[in-house]
Design a protein around this ligand. Structure first.
Ligand code: ADP
Ligand code: MG
Ligand code: MG
Length: 913
């Protein structure tokens, strides 16, 4: 049997081939259209050409042979069901052709509406509907979309050519809006459009509907690889998709009069999270009029007040269906709908995008059934486990973002305001062009920018990504800018109508004042207000409550929601979450965020502080052991004091301390002036400093004299650090606080390296414990960050009591990519799909991950209770955390502010099973 490439939907459950589980091959849109048909939601019927056909097209450059044949079969089915024929002179069937991959990519692929319009069928349509105006309106829209979307990439034709003709004819007949044009005037416009088409494409507008369909399917497939689509996927880390599906669907008409409308809606508010439907619609309009911001859309709340009773009835039905869909999908939905002469059709549903706050609020409210702001009752849709699975690490991360200092903001007068499309606070320099924004950010990653545009389109995604916030002068809450920004959790204000943008001059003006590119503005994405200058921002209530000890913040509803999510996370997760912290202050913050120990305390940071660096340098310059010992001795009390502070702050939780790791040259000055200063401070000749700096120069310092190698050359270093750790532990424990020091030896590649230093550590530690008659228990372990250590982990574990995977170095050495230099080629690697993600951000499971798995297994074959953890950057990245759970690590460790995210990811991994 031939492979199935085309799936029918509509005509009830019996005739529908797909369902929501089939998004991989039907795409999200297609799978959900089928699912809605199964659930008896009114959907215009049609069929979906699978992503598998797109994959063949990508691969071979042409359709699979069977595909077009199957399209014809399903089309015949559709014609029969609808009682209309494509291209018919009496009662023509019109179609929409819509793209849709497994993951939604707003605005990435274009839709063609009213396909099947020809000189012949337009008359049939006019006759059958008795509405010649709608007939010619549909025809001219079709020529425009077909010309722009389907033929645009292969000719000089684009939407603006048609737009010009439309403006001209509106002027000619003094029509204010598109809807003011009569049937005759639109027919005249159709002729203009056909001429424009012919001029640019070099061929007349195709009058064979099958040809129109075939070319449109082609265009959808081709759009999969356009630059903007590829870029969107990279920016959003969308990987592993085989292509887009094509949804061919019976047209319904929102443009047949004042009892017609088209719109988009959300079952809950995607920026505040409020459990109240919101949306926008346009009367007598079609398709993308709403999104394009051509006319100002009407708030969905108003639909019940419409004069036309058909609209009112359809509006009420819409709200019911939205509630039903939310319940069905167990998640807030983002829907598209059209009302044709009082009859409602659903054109799309999908899980709604939202900012972090809304994501957390939705989860908590769907599970508790209580509005978190007002205490009102809501439907319970999920249990705690299901709800927790809907929260993303980035949601929690956003809740920790700063917001404007309320008092400082109140003192300022906004220069203008728009729609609060993406909440949070953003401050940055005005930039009016997306490419420019991208380049500026590339040059200076610390540059804070606000992208200001008339409106945004998919071409702007790069610039939007580079900016802290986005400000547009047109467009609504569902415009491109709004949808994309919300998806990213970015601050965004849309439709600031008073704003005049002059890209050529590089200025914006509002209220008679002009501001230049480069000037700083502040956006409050939660209220839609725009200010000139920088407004100081204020911590999030969570940070205020946990880090700043603000008692009032603990009563804040956002903080309370955070607590609910935290509670769930801790209830379901099975592994520990520790933190990477080098100071008592960081340790305290991390504990407030729920850390259960320190997984990595880097001691080198302590070497830089205050005047300690002088003694470190004395140590480095020393010629004799005596000089070296003297210098090191001076460092001892400082280190000991730091450890006392950290052990106290961790109050009985385990603390892994890593012995000195970086190459010594990092502690020496590099400019002549600084060397002079150092020579003077240490009362040595400049030449001596210069010589030592030259001596310590290494070609590959990251592979050079660092880690355990330092202590093997200078055992006194290891002795001093052990002494500081154990003496501090003894002291703190004497005062009644339990201490669990874990001494970690970095960068070993052979068991012998570890053995050499372990002996030193134990000799020093045991002696102190014995002399002080202390009961302190300590452990000695190692970091696994050199592939050889992972390969010989069974041997290493004979000595090591614990492993901590230093996945930054392990990734660096497994790939052979220098972490600090990867920036120069990573973008190419991602673009060409040589790498799917940055391996320094998300652990490379098949390579580096294999080493981790192997080391855990081998290590535990020697020492069954071997404690294993991870302390690289990956410890706070949700996908990597999930990997760690699957691999059987005992804990992950990450920076303090990522601890809540790691706790969440650990719980989700446990629930995923
Ligand atoms: P996108 O993925 O960009 O949202 P869609 O395929 O959803 O693109 O189409 C965009 C718009 O076109 C829809 O919101 C809807 O208004 C209109 N549209 C699509 N299919 C139909 C149809 N069968 N009948 C009427 N309008 C349609
Ligand atoms: Mg859509
Ligand atoms: Mg390392």
């Amino acid at each position: 049997m031939a492979k199935k490439y085309v799936y029918f939907y509509g005509g009830g459950k019996k005739m529908t081939d797909g369902d929501r589980t089939m998004r991989e091959i039907l795409g999200g849109k297609g799978a959900n259209l089928a699912e809605m048909c199964n659930a008896d939601v009114p959907v215009p019927p049609g069929f979906t050409v699978s992503t598998e056909a797109c994959a063949v097209y990508e691969d071979k450059g042409s359709y699979p042979k069977e595909m077009m044949q199957q399209v014809k079969v399903e089309l015949a089915k559709l014609e029969k069901l609808e009682g209309k024929k494509l291209g018919d002179a009496k009662n023509p069937l019109l179609l929409s052709v819509r793209s849709g991959a497994a993951q939604s990519m707003p605005g990435m692929m274009d839709t063609v509406l009213n396909l099947g319009m020809t000189d012949k069928s337009v008359k049939g349509f006019a006759e059958a509907t008795g509405n010649p105006r709608a007939a010619y309106d549909c025809y001219r829209r079709f020529i425009d979309m077909f010309g722009d979307v389907v033929m645009g990439p292969y000719s000089t034709l684009n939407h603006h050519h048609f737009e010009e003709a439309l403006t001209k004819i509106k002027k000619k007949y003094k029509a204010k809006q598109d809807t003011d044009l009569t049937a005759e005037q639109l027919a005249e416009l159709v002729d203009d459009y056909k001429a424009i088409y012919k001029k640019h494409v070099g061929k007349p507008f195709p009058q064979d509907p099958m040809k129109q369909l075939e070319l449109s399917i082609n265009a959808v497939f081709d759009s999969w690889q356009t630059e903007r689509a590829v870029k969107y996927r990279i920016l959003n880390k969308i990987t592993g998709l085989i292509g887009t599906a094509v949804n061919v669907q019976t047209m319904v008409f929102g443009n047949m009069g004042d009892d017609c409308a088209t719109g988009v809606a959300f079952t809950r508010d995607g920026s505040t999270g409020e459990a109240k439907p919101m949306g926008e619609y346009l009367v007598n309009a079609q398709g993308e009029d709403v999104v394009a911001g051509i006319r100002t859309p009407i708030n969905l709340d108003e639909i019940v007040n419409e004069e036309d009773q058909g609209l009112v009835k359809a509006g009420k039905q819409l709200l019911k269906i939205m509630a039903k869909l939310e319940k069905h999908y167990k998640y807030p939905q983002d829907v598209e709908f059209t009302i044709q002469q009082g009859k409602l059709y659903m054109l799309q549903t999908r899980n709604a995008k939202r900012v972090g706050l809304a994501g957390v609020r939705w989860a908590v409210e769907m599970a508790t059934g209580v509005d978190q702001m007002t205490g009102e009752k809501l439907p319970k849709l999920l249990n705690a486990k299901e709800a927790l699975m809907t929260v993303q690490g980035s949601d929690l991360e956003q809740l920790l973002f700063p917001i404007f200092d309320a008092k400082a903001e109140a003192k300022q007068t906004p220069i203008c305001s728009g729609l609060p499309a993406g909440p949070g606070a953003a401050v940055g320099a005005i930039v009016l062009n997306s490419d420019k924004a991208e380049q500026m950010k590339k040059k200076n990653p610390n540059q804070k920018l606000i992208l200001v545009r008339h409106e945004t389109s998919p071409e702007d995604v790069g610039g939007m990504g580079a900016a802290e916030g986005i400000l547009t002068s047109t467009g609504g809450m569902t415009s491109h800018a709004a949808v994309v920004a919300r998806g990213w959790g970015k601050c965004c204000i849309c439709g600031a109508g008073d704003l005049k943008i002059n890209e050529k001059k590089g200025t914006i003006s509002v209220g008679g004042k002009t501001y230049k590119e480069g000037e700083t503005i502040s956006l409050n994405g939660s209220t839609g207000k725009v200010y000139v200058g920088e407004i100081p921002s204020e911590s999030s209530p969570i940070v205020a409550a946990l880090v700043e000890g603000n008692k009032a913040a603990k009563k804040h509803w956002i903080y309370k929601m955070y607590e609910v999510v935290s509670e769930w996370s801790d209830k379901f997760r099975k592994i520990n979450v520790r933190t990477n912290a080098d100071s008592p202050a960081d340790s305290k913050n991390a504990r407030a965020f729920g850390a259960e120990g320190i997984g990595l305390c880097r001691t080198e940071h302590m070497f830089f502080e205050g005047d300690r660096i002088t003694d470190v340098r004395r140590f480095i310059l020393a010629d004799t052991d005596k000089e070296r010992n003297a210098a090191i001795k001076k460092l001892l009390p400082h280190q000991r004091k730091d450890f006392v502070g950290i052990f106290k702050a961790m109050d009985g939780l385990p603390v892994t301390v890593r012995l000195l790791d970086p190459p010594l040259h990092e502690f020496l000055p590099h400019t002549e002036a600084d060397m002079k200063k150092m020579a003077k401070e240490l009362s040595v000749p400049l030449s001596k400093v210069q010589e030592r700096v030259a001596e310590l120069h290494e070609f590959n310092p990251m592979l050079g004299h660092r880690g355990c190698r330092l202590s093997i050359t200078y055992p006194v270093l290891c002795e001093m650090q052990t002494r500081a750790i154990i003496e501090a532990a003894v002291k703190v424990q004497e005062k009644g606080t339990k201490v669990l020091p874990e001494i970690m030896i970095p960068l070993i590649g052979t068991k012998a390296e570890l053995d050499y230093l372990e002996k030193i550590v134990r000799r020093v530690a045991d002696e102190i414990i014995k002399t002080k008659k202390s009961k302190v228990k300590y452990m000695v372990g190692t970091m696994i960050e050199i592939p050889r250590a992972a390969l010989t982990a069974d041997q290493v574990a004979e000595t090591a009591e614990f492993f901590s995977f230093g996945t930054n170095d392990l990734t660096q050495m497994t790939f052979g990519y220098s972490r600090d230099d990867i920036g120069s080629f990573l973008p190419d690697y991602l673009e060409e799909k040589i790498l799917e993600t940055d391996p320094f951000q998300q652990i490379d499971e098949s390579g580096v991950g294999q080493l981790v798995e192997m080391a855990v297994q081998k290590g535990r074959s020697t020492r069954p209770k071997l404690k294993c953890g991870i302390c690289g950057e990956h410890g706070g990245e949700p996908n990597s955390v999930k990997f760690c759970v699957r691999t059987g690590l005992d804990y992950v460790s990450c920076s303090p502010y990522r601890v809540p995210i790691a706790r969440l990811a650990a719980a989700q991994a446990a629930l995923e099973g």
